[in-house]
Every structure is written in structure tokens, then in C-alpha cells.
Design a protein around this ligand. Sequence first.
Ligand code: SAM
Length: 237
Amino acid sequence: MFTRDEAARFVPRGDSDPQDDALLAWELLYRLEPELYDRLANAERLHPGVVGWLPRGVDQITEVGAGTGRLTMDLIDRGQHVVAVEPALPLRRILRRKLAAAGCRDRVRVVRGFFDHLPLPDDFAGLVVSCSSFTPSPGHGGDAGLAEMERVCRPGGCVAFIWPNHIDWFAARGYRYVSFPGPLCMEFASHREAVELAEIFYPKALGEVRRLGSRMVPFEVLGVNPPRDLAFKVLAG
Ligand SMILES: C[S@@+](CC[C@H](N)C(=O)[O-])C[C@H]1O[C@@H](n2cnc3c(N)ncnc32)[C@H](O)[C@@H]1O
């Protein structure tokens, strides 16, 4: 199910087992059950402070690892044009569908690409951003991916990673960190959906999700670090 480019990044030794390799398991989910993944991502709303922090009035924005558009839809209001780079074809299809439904297809170009191979020229965008996608591992970003994101960002522009998992890794590369306080819940469409998705993605929290009886479930209950932060660098102008 992976293209040659994808296999080289996600299964570099050719023998990984998704039971032991969480990043590979997510890649399989994006391709086998993209609508299920989209239901989960829809429930994981970003802290409003995160989107509010991003620069406004940017000419060109590039988002990498756009998925089904959790962040992309908010970027439309912050720039003239957005290029959304996403390797997984099923997720690109869902994102295009959402953009068409929102009447935004002319403002956002959805393209295939990878952190370490962006189909864009040097100094292309004033904001180069990624949400919940980049990791230090070479197949999901790494130093080559970071260098490529910075290549595409113009001098004086901002490179930002929303909901970063490896804050120290970014700090060691000159990135600053911002976090927004306050309680944060996963917002499922209904309590029934909260139970259904917890059963699949957070089985250890299932009892507590049932007991809460609500469609709103604090991230802590699920054992998930809430999406309230970002790492960023403003490139020298
Ligand atoms: C957890 S999803 C996040 C999607 C979206 N940014 C969001 O916040 O909903 C991770 C995304 O990273 C993408 N991804 C994984 N490896 C990548 C790579 N090497 N280059 C670019 N994107 C990648 C996946 O296809 C997926 O869309």
C-alpha cells in the first residue's frame, strides 16, 4: 500500500511490525482507514491560542503533513495562498473534499511531498508550519526535514511546529517554545462516538470515558499530551 517513496521512509528496513512501531501503525491507519483517522483528528481540537499566535496577513503559507486539514482550514484566514503538502493520497482526497465544501479550493493547493523533499522553491513562504506531524526520526522529518522546511521559508519568515513531541530536540536547533494554559478537552461528536473511538485508540481509558457520560473528554483522561503548544524559529532577515 505504500509507494516506493513512502516505503523508503516508513519501512526503511522492510521488516517493521506495526505492533512495535507506532509511527508505522499511524501510516497504515491513514491509508487503510482515513475516515476513521479523520473522526479522531476532528475531536482533537487545537487550543485557540495556538492558531491565534500564528502570523496574520502572510502572502504564502506552506503547511507540511497537512493530513485532513485540522490546521489547514484555519490557515486560510491567515494568508493569501496556502500550499498543503501531504504524502498520503487518502488524506489528500479528504482534505480536497473539505476545501471544496468550504469553497476554498482556489486559495489552497494540495500537493504530494515529504518533509525532506518539498516540491517548492527556496524562500517560497513567509510561514512554513506543521501540526502533529514532524518527529526527529528521518522518515518523519529529522534534520533533513528541518533543513528543507527552513529552505522553503523566506528570510524573516517563521517556521513553526504545532503540538511538538520533542521540545528539547527543537530547542537544541534554536527553536523557541510557547505553551497556552487552560483546560482542554477532546470534543467528540457524541458520547457514543467518544466510547467508540476510545475503544479503538485509548482502550485503557475506556472505563473512564464511559463513566464521564459526556462527548467532552479531558486529554489527561486519555493519557494524551494536549495540543496547546508550539516550537518556532524566525529566520534571519
Ligand atoms: C497525526 S497526522 C497530522 C495531520 C494534520 N497536520 C493534523 O494536525 O490533523 C500526521 C501527518 O503527517 C504526515 N506525514 C507523515 N510522514 C510525513 C513525511 N515524511 N513528510 C510529510 N508528511 C508526513 C502524515 O501523512 C499525516 O498526514
